[in-house]
Design a protein around this ligand. Structure first.
Ligand code: SF4
Length: 741
C-alpha cells in the first residue's frame, strides 16, 4: 500500500522476535523504517504489539550487526568476501572431517533459528549433510521435556496441546509467565487481553510459581511452590482425582491406554505426603484438583519452570495427565491441538497411528546421555570438546547460537570453544560465542526476508496461515541465510565452495517431491516452478497440507499465492478436536502411562524428603528481553537495570543486604557471581531470581550497547552436570546456592 501524500509505504511483517508472532505494520520512508505498530488486520494478533516489536528497527539499523563475512587472519577477524569465506571453510573443514570423522564436527543451534523461515528449513538440510551425532541446540535448555512427554503420549515430538484460551473457564498456570512472554510453546499474542476476557466471562485463573509473577498479579489466586516441586504437586493432584472419584476423561475415553497404571503409579503421592515438599497445604492441593475437575472447561498449562528442572519430563507428562483425566484434553476450552496449514508433521502420514517416538538411538561419547529428538544435551558440549579420544569434537558450526551465555557451565564452555581446531558461525553478531569463530557468515536483517512461521502455527491458540514478504530490499552484498546454509551443505557433501547452490536447491527439492508425490512428482515440480528456496518449500507445504489446494484437486484450498494475497493472514478458525486423527502412537491410543515415565516416578519419590535449602535459584522472563542479542537494541536496553538479583526483603535483611548492594551467589568453590540486589516480596522466602543471557563484558565481542550495562552471566555459575535424565534438559530452576553479602 502506498500513501502518496506522505511518500510513506506500509508493509505487513510477522514479528520474528518471540513465539507470539504478532503481525506488525512497518512504515518505511525513503528506505528507512519510520514507524512500527501492531497490524490491526492481523488475524492472530489484531493490532497487539509489545515493546520488543518496535526493536525491529533498532535491529535493522544496529551498527554492530554484521553485514559482511569475517575471516580470522593472523589471529584477528577481518572483513572478507563471500568467496574467501567459503573457500576458507572448505580449506580447513573438509580435511578435518576426513581425518577425524563426521562426529568431530558439532552443530550448535540457537533459538532464533525457529524464528526465520530460511534458517529453520535449511538447518535441517545442514544437519542431514553434516551427518554428525553431535547436534546441540537451545531445545535442551528449554522445552525438550515437553516435547518428549508429548511424543510418548501422542506419538509425535511436535504434538503439544495448548490452552484453548478463547473458550476456557479455568486456567491453571505453572512455571509460566505469559503476561511477559505472550506464550511459550503456546502462541498467544495479547495474553493480557485474553486473560481479561476469560475472567470477564466468569472464568478463573490460578498461578503456581515460586515468584508472584506478572501473570500471578492478574490471576484470581496465586500459590507459592518450592522450586522443583511441581512433580509432587501434580502427582498429588492426579492422586486426588482418583481418590475423590473425579476422573472423567470424556470424549477421549475410547482412545485411552494406561489409566489403571497411572492410578497405581501415583498411589503414594497423597497431598499429605507432598505438602511439605511443595510448600503448599494438603487441603489446598486437593482444592486445586477439585476446582480443575469441576470447572467444566478447564486447562493446565505449564512451561519453562516445569521443564527446566530435574523432573522436567515427569512434570510435563503429569500436566497432560491432569488434562486427560478431567476431560479437558482435546475438548473446547481445554488443552487442544492446533492444526497447522504447513510443515506440521502430525498432519502427515496415516492419521491415527504411527511409529511413536524413541530416544537413545545413540548416546553421547563421554557421559553416555541418550539422544533425544536427534539431539544431545547442550550441557555436554564442553566435555565432548575437551575429552580426548575417538569422536572428540574438534570443529563447530554455530547457527544463531550463543551458548557461552545461554548454557550452564558457560565459562568452561567458553574455554572449550576457544581451543577448537576450527569454528564457523552463521550469525549477525560478534557475540560472546562467535568471537571464537574462524569464519563468521552474517545473514540478513528480518526486514530483508520474507517470512512464514514454520513452527508456531502448530502451537497457536487459533488456526491460521500468514505470510509476510520482505519489507526492504537486501542490502548490497547480502546473502540470504538459506543460501549460506546451502553453501555449507555443499561443502559438507564434497561439492566444494564453488558449488551452484540454486542448482543444489533444485536437486534437493526434487528428491523431496519425489518422496512425497511419487509418480506425480514431475507435475508438482512444474506447479512449483517460478519460486525458489524457502518460499518454494512453503508453497509445497501449504498446497500439500491439510488446508491445501492439493495442486488443483481442491481448487478452493490454500497455496502461497492465496496466503500472500491476504495481508494479515487467513483465519482458519478456532481449535477443533483432533483425537484420534492427530495420534501417531503405534497403539493408536493416548499412551497415558509410558513405561519410562512411570518408572521415573520412583526417582521423584526418592527425592521427596530432600530438605529445603537456605536458597534456591530460579530465572525470570522480562518483557523487554528474550535472547542475549536483544540487550544490544537501544529501545530495549534503556530503562532500569534488569540483570538484578531479586530476593525477598526478609531474606535480604537476614543477610544484612539492602537494595542495590552486591550479593554473591555461589554454587560451589570457584563458581560464583555477584549481582546487585533488588527487593521484592513477590519472591517466596528462600528463593532468589536472576535472569539469564547477560554477561556482555567479554573481550572480543562487539555488542556495544549491551556492554554499557553488561550484567552478569548466570550460566557461568549454573551446573552443567545437572540434567533431567530422560530429556537431557538442563536444570536451570531450583538450583541450590549459597547467598552472601
Ligand atoms: S509479543 Fe512482542 S516480540 Fe513477541 S511477537 Fe509480539 S511484538 Fe514481537
Amino acid at each position: 500500500m502506498i500513501d502518496l501524500a506522505a511518500s510513506t509505504t506500509s508493509h505487513y511483517r510477522i514479528c520474528p522476535l518471540c513465539e507470539a508472532c504478532c503481525g506488525l505494520e512497518v512504515q518505511v520512508e525513503s528506505g528507512r523504517v519510520v514507524r512500527i505498530k501492531g497490524a490491526e488486520g492481523d488475524v492472530l494478533s489484531h493490532g497487539y504489539i509489545c515493546p520488543k516489536g518496535y526493536a525491529l528497527k533498532d535491529l535493522h539499523e544496529d551498527p554492530d550487526r554484521l553485514r559482511q563475512p569475517l575471516v580470522r587472519r593472523n589471529g584477528t577477524l577481518q572483513p572478507a568476501t563471500w568467496d574467501e569465506a567459503f573457500e576458507e571453510i572448505e580449506r580447513r573443514l573438509v580435511p578435518l572431517v576426513a581425518q577425524h570423522g563426521k562426529d568431530a564436527l558439532a552443530l550448535s543451534l540457537g533459538n532464533p533459528n525457529v524464528h526465520k523461515m530460511g534458517l529453520l528449513l535449511y538447518t535441517a538440510r545442514l544437519i542431514r549433510a553434516v551427518g554428525s551425532r553431535n547436534i546441540f541446540s537451545a531445545s535442551t535448555l528449554d522445552q525438550m521435556p515437553k516435547q518428549l512427554s508429548s511424543g510418548l503420549m501422542f506419538g509425535h515430538w511436535l504434538s503439544v496441546p495448548v490452552p484453548d484460551i478463547e473458550h476456557c473457564d479455568h486456567l491453571l498456570v505453572l512455571g509460566a509467565n505469559p503476561m511477559a512472554s505472550n506464550g511459550s510453546l503456546w502462541t498467544v499474542p495479547d495474553f493480557r487481553g485474553k486473560a481479561k476476557a476469560l475472567r470477564a466471562r466468569g472464568g478463573r485463573m490460578v498461578v503456581i510459581d515460586p515468584r508472584r509473577t506478572e501473570t500471578a498479579e492478574v490471576a484470581d489466586a496465586h500459590h507459592f511452590i518450592r522450586p522443583g516441586a511441581d512433580v509432587f504437586l501434580l502427582a498429588a493432584m492426579v492422586h486426588t482425582l482418583f481418590e475423590e472419584k473425579l476422573v472423567q476423561p470424556g470424549r477421549v475415553s475410547d482412545w485411552l491406554k494406561g489409566i489403571d497404571q497411572v492410578h497405581a503409579a501415583v498411589a503414594l503421592f497423597s497431598p499429605a505426603a507432598v505438602a511439605q515438599r511443595c510448600g503448599i497445604e494438603a487441603e489446598t492441593i486437593r482444592a486445586l484438583a477439585r476446582e480443575l475437575a469441576l470447572a467444566g472447561r478447564g486447562c493446565v498449562y505449564g512451561r519453562i519452570g516445569t521443564c527446566t528442572q530435574t523432573f522436567g519430563t515427569l512434570s510435563s507428562w503429569l500436566i497432560d495427565v491432569l488434562n486427560v483425566l478431567t476431560g479437558n484434553l482435546d475438548s473446547p476450552g481445554g488443552a487442544m491441538f492446533a492444526k497447522a496449514a504447513a510443515f506440521a508433521s502430525n498432519t502427515m502420514g496415516k492419521p491415527g497411528v504411527g511409529k511413536g517416538v524413541a530416544t537413545g538411538r545413540h548416546r553421547s561419547r563421554v557421559s553416555g546421555a541418550p539422544e533425544v529428538f536427534g539431539e544431545l544435551p547442550a550441557t555436554l558440549m564442553a566435555e565432548e570438546i575437551l575429552t580426548p579420544g575417538a569422536g572428540q569434537v574438534k570443529a563447530l558450526i554455530t547457527v544463531a547460537s550463543n551458548p557461552v551465555l545461554s548454557c550452564p557451565g558457560g565459562e568452561r564452555l567458553d574455554q572449550a570453544i576457544a581451543g577448537l581446531d576450527f569454528m564457523v558461525s552463521v550469525d549477525i553478531y560478534l557475540n560472546e560465542t562467535t568471537r571464537h569463530a574462524d569464519v563468521i557468515l552474517p545473514g540478513t536483517s528480518p526486514l530483508e526476508d520474507s517470512h512464514y512461521d514454520v513452527a508456531f502455527p502448530a502451537l497457536s491458540y487459533r488456526n491460521h496461515a500468514r505470510f509476510s514478504p520482505a519489507v526492504l530490499p537486501p542490502s548490497t552484498g547480502a546473502l540470504p541465510e538459506w543460501q549460506i546454509l546451502l553453501k555449507l551443505v555443499a561443502i559438507a557433501q564434497g561439492l566444494g565452495a564453488q558449488a551452484d547452490v540454486l542448482a543444489l536447491d533444485d536437486q534437493i527439492l526434487a528428491a523431496d517431491v519425489t518422496r512425497l508425490a511419487g509418480e506425480h512428482a514431475p507435475a508438482v515440480l512444474v506447479a512449483l516452478a517460478g519460486r525458489q528456496g524457502p518460499e518454494r518449500q512453503l508453497d509445497l507445504a501449504l498446497r500439500s497440507g491439510p488446508y491445501g489446494d492439493q495442486f488443483g484437486r481442491k481448487p478452493e484450498g490454500l497455496n502461497l499465492a492465496k496466503v500472500a494475497a491476504a495481508p494479515g493472514g487467513i483465519d482458519l478458525g478456532a481449535l477443533q478436536p483432533r483425537i484420534p486423527e492427530v495420534l501417531r502412537t503405534p497403539s493408536g491410543k493416548i499412551e497415558l502411562a509410558p513405561a519410562i515415565l512411570v518408572a521415573d516416578l520412583e526417582r521423584a519419590w526418592a527425592a521427596l524428603d530432600e530438605p529445603a535449602p537456605a536458597f534456591s535459584l530460579i530465572g525470570r522472563r522480562d518483557v523487554r528481553s528474550n535472547n542475549s542479542w536483544m540487550h544490544n537494541l537501544p529501545v530495549l536496553a534503556k530503562g532500569p537495570e534488569r540483570c538484578t538479583l531479586l530476593m525477598n526483603p526478609d531474606d535480604a535483611a537476614a543477610l544484612g543486604l539492602a537494595a542495590g548492594q552486591l550479593a554473591t551467589v555461589t554454587l560451589k568453590p570457584g563458581r560464583q557471581v555477584q549481582a546487585p540486589v533488588a527487593l521484592s516480596d513477590a519472591l517466596m522466602p528462600g528463593v532468589i531470581s536472576l535472569p539469564h543471557g547477560w554477561g556482555h563484558d567479554m573481550a572480543g565481542a562487539k555488542l556495544n550497547v549491551a556492554a554499557e550495562r553488561p550484567g552478569v552471566n548466570l550460566n557461568a555459575v549454573l551446573d552443567e552436570t545437572l540434567r533431567d535424565p530422560l530429556s537431557g534438559n538442563a536444570v536451570l530452576s531450583g538450583v541450590v546456592v549459597v547467598v552472601a553479602a
